[in-house]
Design a protein around this ligand. Structure first.
Ligand code: IVH
Length: 674
């Protein structure tokens, strides 16, 4: 047996205790404290450590929680299993490979494997028994062997028949859920009466089913989809016993039980992957929650041959959607200084795969956030990353904190500020910034940003050339850049004729710009792309922006007091204003491209773009919308006015169709903005 260090033995013990604790919270108390994904991450770490230590524990193998004393207990006729999880196509393929090998070894011929792909519904399992066609019992899963009798509350589920369409005896299994709209309604009602809110629809469903008083359950619309037939006796009827999962679903439906309309029969694994991909992209649009796809070998003879491991069936597996939460360890906390001088604490993490990419750093936002979380170097934390959101630390798992950690102390100077490195807290904000905004370090960062694509977009001039220009003392401000000549560039190391000409031409081209681009290039704290546009729509000249009052700025919808205060601080910053005065003579703003005098024909509308447009770039198309008062968002919602569809569109076109949002072709879009 391989030995392991005392440290990992201790970690093993801590993980086992913590996992057992969260199992209890989830299964027995319907009050989980961490997401399923963070829980899965803990179990993964435990499993890995156990592999290394060679001392498998039973913790991760436990199926669910003990039945509560409050309900009478039901010993399940058929043991209730859990499902193993896979998280990638590779893991799914490995599962199929294992399945094949197992069948081969068992001497069972299976030339091809067909599957049924279903939703992994995010509710709670219900084991339902009918005798002679009459509903006699419904029970929770409990620990897999003994569940709780919840027949009294299950009877309140409108779609659960008290009598089947045929007088057969059977045991079937399904998932009790609360649809999103019913969950929201329930929480609204609870908020109104100051009752505690349910964390998610799953807990609400579980809490409602596990009520002693059926009236409470009846008042909370519960839903049910049945997905498995565990035992079947046709009694006097001539109903044939199903031979496949697909036939099982058909039979359950025929008998009047509620089944999901979504399962598909897949003739091979590539069809399963296709089903997964589709629902991975679209599951948010469904009225109920799911956290993955369940894949089951269709043929019941093969299912029987495959049988079960200690924890789960071999014939099925859950292919989970990419986790947006996971757990990892904080290895260091560093302070990063942005071009506006704002100091952001960043956690350096043990790299972890989350939502399809490896994350090694996460923002801690500011000092208050570090204090609130009490995050320390060495801590195990829950990390979240969803879509385009920057990864962030959600909470610390205190039971896994090593000994002798110290609370993090924010320093008073930071080398990354440059100059004397002093930092100060920004009035009215939780953030710190460098006292001197004019240090060499920050000027450099601001110049990098000013020439970048989203700002003045000076083609071919990037950080490397800016560094060379600064090092040769050819520039120190943005205005200096516009005064550069071909000779200046030729004096830089490695610059030949052509390159120097190109650089000068690119700078000359950037002189014709727009007011929002200039505002972005100025690195005013909190003024990014969207804000710059909002401000210039209401203050359409640089003079207007420079003299706008704090109140007038704050009154702009989408601007607010923090941004207004930041713009006013910039107005009062003599150095910044001097630089701007030096810069303005180089720039021109062609009429009609920016200002509030432009048509506002699209005011109040929201656009989403998908696919490639043939006659203009995505950025130009967005600009057309924004200069006409419209807004552009990344994803389709019922509030979206139009989805503009180019060639090779993504899933957003389908989202539009589902949500009944108007779809525009490129030509229709051009006609609208003409
Ligand atoms: S099949 C032996 N199918 O997922 C077969 N389970 O981890 C075991 N679940 O507690 C279950 N949707 O409550 C199956 N379409 C589906 C499911 C499903 C959700 C839940 C089930 C179980 C857990 C398995």
């Amino acid at each position: 047996m391989p030995t392991s260090s005392a440290a990992s033995q201790k970690r093993l013990a801590q993980l086992r205790t913590l996992i057992a604790y969260h199992q209890k919270k989830y299964h027995e108390e319907d009050a989980p404290e961490i997401s399923d994904e963070a829980y899965d991450a803990l179990v993964r770490e435990l499993t890995q450590l156990e592999g290394a230590a060679g001392s498998p524990s039973k913790v991760a193998e436990r199926v669910g929680g003990a039945a509560s004393e409050a309900f009478s207990k039901v010993r399940h006729v058929v043991r209730q299993w859990s499902l193993d999880n896979v998280f990638s196509d590779e893991e799914l393929e490995a599962w199929e490979e294992r399945t094949r090998r197992f069948l081969e070894k068992a001497g069972v011929a299976a030339p091809s494997l067909a599957y049924v792909a279903e939703h992994k519904l995010d509710g709670l399992k219900l084991v339902i028994e009918y005798q002679g066609g009459v509903l006699v019992r419904a029970a929770t899963r409990g620990d897999g062997e003994v569940g709780e009798d919840v027949t009294h509350t299950a009877r309140t589920i409108a779609t659960l028949p008290k009598k089947l369409k045929q007088p057969v005896s059977l045991i079937c299994v399904g998932e009790v859920m609360m649809f999103k709209k019913d969950f929201e309604k329930l929480n609204r009602e609870r908020a109104a009466t100051e009752e505690s809110l349910f964390a998610n629809p799953r807990n609400a469903a579980a809490g409602s089913l596990r009520q002693l008083d059926p009236k409470v359950a009846a008042a909370r619309s519960l839903s049910l989809y049945v997905y498995d037939l565990e035992s079947f006796d046709p009694l006097g009827t001539n109903i044939k016993e199903p031979e496949s999962q697909w036939q099982e679903l058909a039979l359950l439906r025929k008998l009047g039980l509620p089944t999901s309309p979504y399962p598909e029969r897949c003739s091979d694994l590539s069809e399963v992957k296709e089903f997964y991909c589709r629902w991975c992209a679209d599951h948010e649009t469904l009225p109920f929650g799911l956290d993955g796809v369940v894949v089951k070998v269709d043929d019941l003879t093969l299912q029987t041959a495959l049988g079960y491991t200690a924890r789960a069936p071999r014939f099925g597996v859950a292919y989970k959607f990419p986790a947006v939460e996971s757990t990892t360890v904080v290895e260091a906390i560093e302070l990063q200084v942005g071009r506006t001088g704002v100091v952001t604490p960043v956690a350096h993490l043990r790299p972890v795969l989350i939502d399809g990419s490896t994350v090694a750093r996460a923002t801690l936002h500011n000092e208050d956030q570090i204090k609130r979380l009490d995050v320390r170097v060495g801590d195990t934390v829950i990390l979240r990353k969803a879509g385009d959101i920057i990864p962030e630390v959600v909470s610390v798992l205190l039971p896994l904190r090593p000994e002798k950690t110290k609370p993090y102390r924010f320093p008073s100077t930071i080398a990354a500020c440059g100059g004397d490195g002093r930092i100060e807290r920004i009035p009215g904000e939780a953030a710190y910034r460098c006292v001197s905004l004019n240090s060499e370090v920050l000027r450099r960062e601001r110049l990098y940003y000013a020439v970048s694509k989203g700002a003045l977009n000076i083609d071919g001039i990037g950080p490397r050339i800016i560094d060379a220009l600064l090092d040769q003392k050819l520039v120190s401000t943005l205005a200096d850049l516009f005064a550069l000549t071909k000779e200046d560039f030729l004096s830089l190391p490695g610059f030949k004729d052509k390159a120097a000409e190109n650089a000068v031409a690119a700078i000359a081209a950037a002189r014709t710009t727009t007011l929002p681009r200039l505002l972005i290039a100025l690195s005013i704290n909190h003024v990014g792309e969207e804000t710059a546009r909002l401000i210039t729509t209401h203050f359409p000249t640089m003079e207007a922006v420079r003299s706008a009052s704090e109140a007038a700025l704050a009154a702009v919808n989408g601007v607010g007091p923090t941004i207004a205060a930041s713009v006013v601080a910039w107005q009062k910053n003599k150095e910044a204003q001097r630089e701007l005065r030096a810069l303005l003579p180089y720039l021109q703003f062609p009429e009609g491209r920016v200002t509030a005098s432009a048509k506002t024909t699209l005011a109040g509308t929201t656009f989403v773009f998908t696919g490639t447009l043939s006659s203009l770039s995505r950025d130009d198309a967005k600009e057309l919308v924004r200069t006409r008062g419209g807004a552009v968002t990344a994803s389709v919602s019922p509030k979206t006015s139009y989805v503009v569809v180019g060639s090779d569109p993504g899933t957003k076109a389908a989202d539009a169709a589902r949500l009944g949002v108007k779809v525009l072709s490129e030509n229709e879009f051009l006609a609208l903005v003409a």
